[in-house]
Design a protein around this ligand. Structure first.
Ligand SMILES: [Zn+2]
Length: 214
């Protein structure tokens, strides 16, 4: 398993050219098709002994028998609640169960339709993203309690709804970070679209370093 996600490239890009430039201890969380975290410790990317570090998407946040299944084969993983495919499944199910939405029952509801509906105030989709913010906040509070970094950057194509996620996320982090650590740690959303070039440059360099296709 070598850098099959692009979160490490995103993290190096932010360290070299972006928002993590001035920091030595940073976490870069991405939300989209999956959920991942790039870990910078003392200015160096920490990949783990087998390049498997940073799989925050498979952090267990539920253990009850009804916990949603994850693509990894387990259940109750963070990703099974907040990845783009998980959000699409959740919204489809809620509509099927009778929740009101401007979206129609349709097996092929796309994430961008849900994002647009949320941004235009659709009740179900707004609630869905608050729920995403809550679970993302749980994951990030767990990271804070383990790493106590200087800064946490949050990006990825799943974050285009911005504050619909971030308000609830920050509330949840505040409730769950120990010693009030969240007050000391900067939590910065990154405009992913604006940073694609950074990601592109970093990806090329990382491919060169590891000689793998990402
Ligand atoms: Zn999983």
């Amino acid at each position: 398993m070598y850098l099959e996600n692009d979160v490490n490239a995103f993290t190096l890009g932010e360290k070299w050219l972006g928002e993590a430039k001035e920091y030595q201890n940073a976490l870069c969380v991405t939300l989209g098709r999956g959920v991942g975290v790039g870990i910078l410790i003392n200015g160096t990317l920490f990949g783990g002994e087998h390049h498997g570090a940073g799989e925050i998407g498979h952090m267990k946040i539920a253990t009850d028998p009804d916990a949603p299944l994850c693509v990894c084969g387990s259940s109750g993983c963070l990703e099974a609640f907040i990845s783009n495919p998980a959000i699409c499944n959740y919204v489809q199910k809620r509509i099927k169960d009778g929740s009101k939405s401007i979206l129609q029952e349709n097996e092929a509801i796309t994430i961008s339709e849900i994002q647009q509906a949320a941004l235009s105030g659709d009740e179900l989709c707004v609630k869905t993203y608050k729920r995403v913010g809550h679970f993302l906040g749980i994951g990030i509070a767990n990271l804070i309690n383990i790493f106590d970094p200087e800064v946490i950057l949050i990006g990825g194509e799943g974050t285009v709804v911005g504050n619909l996620i971030y308000q609830e996320m920050k509330r949840t982090i505040h409730r769950n970070a120990v010693y009030g650590l969240d007050k000391e740690i900067q939590i910065k959303p990154i405009d992913f679209e604006d940073n694609l070039w950074v990601l592109g440059v970093a990806t090329l360099v990382v491919q060169e370093i590891f000689k793998v296709s990402i």
